[in-house]
Design a protein around this ligand. Structure first.
Ligand code: HEC
Ligand code: HEC
Length: 215
């Protein structure tokens, strides 16, 4: 993270030096601008994700407290670029990102990442088998532990592994089924598709309820 930031700052510094002649006021800009991000959130996204990313409706995922890099990647994935279809197909989100620039996407990602997730759902009573699946996986079936990548409390591990704790159960259920069917195929190295392929409907439902109660 820090290294990447330094690398980016350096790249920017070089670019700024190169352009110094026609852009004398150019200084190193931060990678994200949460103030601009907040404006986009309020104007474009709030209707479905709320101004602070704590969506009210289960089909619209909570964005508050999600890692900025993950949010940014999803926004890019929703965008059909250069004549190619979007890596993550969503008619709704495809329309939302169409008019956003790369910097807009970084800014709004940073805004939502800086908000605090509110957990509306009651902690579901975890069935022991579900908790075991989440924490330890099932070696017999070659199913890795969710916790290995998403953390024991579902907080995720930046930059690649998203927060899943506290998310709406319905949304998580839908994403796992989308990975299983291949309808969602934007996971690096097929990580999630390979896992979801081994899960039954009942397991997906149980683990989604479990994850919704994590905090
Ligand atoms: C009309 C409602 C609507 C609006 C407005 C909207 N979204 Fe969404 N958003 C959705 C839905 C529905 C999904 C779930 C898509 C899916 O099922 O894959 C979603 C998914 C997302 C995701 C993926 C989250 C995850 O956990 O993977 C991100 C990021 C996101 N939206 C950001 C935004 C941003 C930023 C804006 C404003 C520029 C915005 N959305 C505007 C409905 C909306
Ligand atoms: C080997 C690492 C790994 C393991 C193990 C893993 N995941 Fe994931 N998961 C990922 C990655 C990487 C992504 C992000 C894909 C992307 O970039 O869109 C992801 C995304 C997800 C998402 C989508 C989140 C969103 O906001 O849309 C859900 C839900 C999810 N994982 C649930 C699970 C569950 C439940 C388990 C255990 C059964 C699990 N994962 C195990 C790596 C993993």
């Amino acid at each position: 993270m820090v290294l990447r930031f330094i690398a980016l700052s350096l790249a920017f510094a070089f670019a700024a030096t190169a352009q110094a002649a026609d852009k004398p006021t150019s200084t190193a800009a931060p990678k994200w601008d949460t103030v601009k991000g907040q404006q986009i959130a309020a104007q474009v996204c709030a209707a479905c994700h709320n101004p602070d990313g704590n969506s009210a409706v289960a089909t619209n995922p909570k964005l508050a407290g999600q890692h900025a890099d993950y949010l940014y990647k999803q926004l890019k994935n929703f965008k059909a670029d250069g004549g190619k279809p979007a890596e993550r197909n969503s008619p709704v989100m495809g329309g939302m990102v169409a008019a956003l620039s790369d910097q807009d996407m970084r800014n709004v990602a940073a805004w939502y990442a800086a908000q605090t997730q509110k957990n509306g759902q009651a902690q579901a009573k975890a069935i022991e088998a579900t908790q075991k699946l989440y924490r330890a996986g099932d070696a017999a079936r070659g199913l890795p532990a969710c916790a290995a990548c998403h953390g024991p409390a579902g907080a995720g591990i930046p930059v690649q592994y998203p927060r899943i704790g506290g998310q709406f159960s319905e949304y998580t259920d839908a994403q796992l089924k989308a990975f299983r069917s291949g309808e969602r195929a934007n996971d690096p190295n097929r990580m999630m598709r390979a896992i979801a392929a081994k899960m039954s409907d009942a397991e997906i439902k149980a683990v989604s309820d479990y994850v919704a109660g994590l905090r």
